[in-house]
Ligand binder design. Structure first.
Ligand code: KIV
Length: 264
């Protein structure tokens, strides 16, 4: 029987400074390849909107979409820690968030849910009832229409302050992981050192405890021009498994991300 990673394993990796790897997946076949390559975390992200459905953002993704894709991924995922996104407007009230978490954890096999923003009261309520929470700060793609585009966050002094406070707040509320998206490397490094929980970066520099990328981006299949922080790991490889292993090795050996993939 395959050993399934736990939150304790991920916390121990931060302690011993072993980089944590995370890729998104949306179906059983890719999940199996990712799992067999020894990637530590699989995220059923609402990035399924742009990469699977051809949507222009994550906003149209529904809870049933995430449940369906998480059920598919669960069948191919045996070792990795499995996280599912709570999609746009599915966690406005605690009742909604609990109903969504019940579907994702009981019917779709997710071990943890991820939500965007520093919703400390909601995080505390979920955690009090046994729902492990991954917080997501920095660039919040579900707010793209409010933000007016995808931009690096935390560059100005007030935004930097807010991000540092939000990071402390979500940890204090009980989040056990933090995804930090598109923030200057120096700020991400400060947050990573400040927090006890593992910080998984995407466009947040090399000092984070781990790295997450969208699977289709590492395979050179981005629907839009690729962001600065992505990298085509299929280039130079002869198979999809080779690309996934190249991502794994680059992160574990501190070769990815470089300053070319990071923001100042
Ligand atoms: O939806 C997603 O894939 C994500 C990652 C990019 C972090 O949230």
């Amino acid at each position: 029987m395959t050993y399934e990673l736990t939150l304790t394993d991920l916390a121990a990796m931060k302690q011993r400074q072993e980089k944590i790897t995370c890729l998104t997946a949306y179906d059983a076949s890719f999940a199996r390849l990712i799992d067999q390559a020894g990637i530590d975390i699989i995220l059923v992200g609402d990035s399924l909107g742009p990469v699977i459905q051809g949507q222009s953002s994550t906003v149209p993704v529904t809870l049933s979409d995430v449940v369906y894709h998480c059920q598919c991924v669960r069948r191919g995922c045996h070792r990795a820690w499995l996280i599912a996104d709570l999609p746009f407007l599915s966690y406005v009230t605690a009742d909604q968030a609990f109903a969504a978490a019940a579907l994702l954890m009981q019917q779709a096999g997710a071990r943890m849910i991820k939500l965007e923003g520093a919703h400390d009261e909601l995080i505390a309520q979920l955690v009090a009832h046994g729902v492990p929470v991954c917080a997501h700060l920095g660039l919040l793609p579900q707010q793209v229409h409010q933000l007016g585009g995808y931009r690096v966050q935390g560059r100005k002094a007030d935004a930097r302050h807010r991000l540092l406070n939000d990071a402390k707040t979500v940890q204090a509320a009980g989040a056990s992981l933090l995804v930090l998206e598109c923030v200057p490397s120096e700020l991400a490094a400060e947050i990573t050192t400040m927090l006890d929980i593992p910080v998984i970066g995407i466009g947040a520099g090399s000092a984070c405890d781990g790295q997450v990328l969208v699977l289709y981006d590492i395979l050179g299949l981005s629907p839009h021009p690729p962001a600065r922080f992505t990298h085509n790991f299929l280039a130079g490889q002869t198979s999809i498994s080779g690309a996934i292993e190249a991502f794994r090795d680059a992160v574990k050996q501190h070769h990815y991300p470089t300053s070319e993939h990071s923001y100042r």
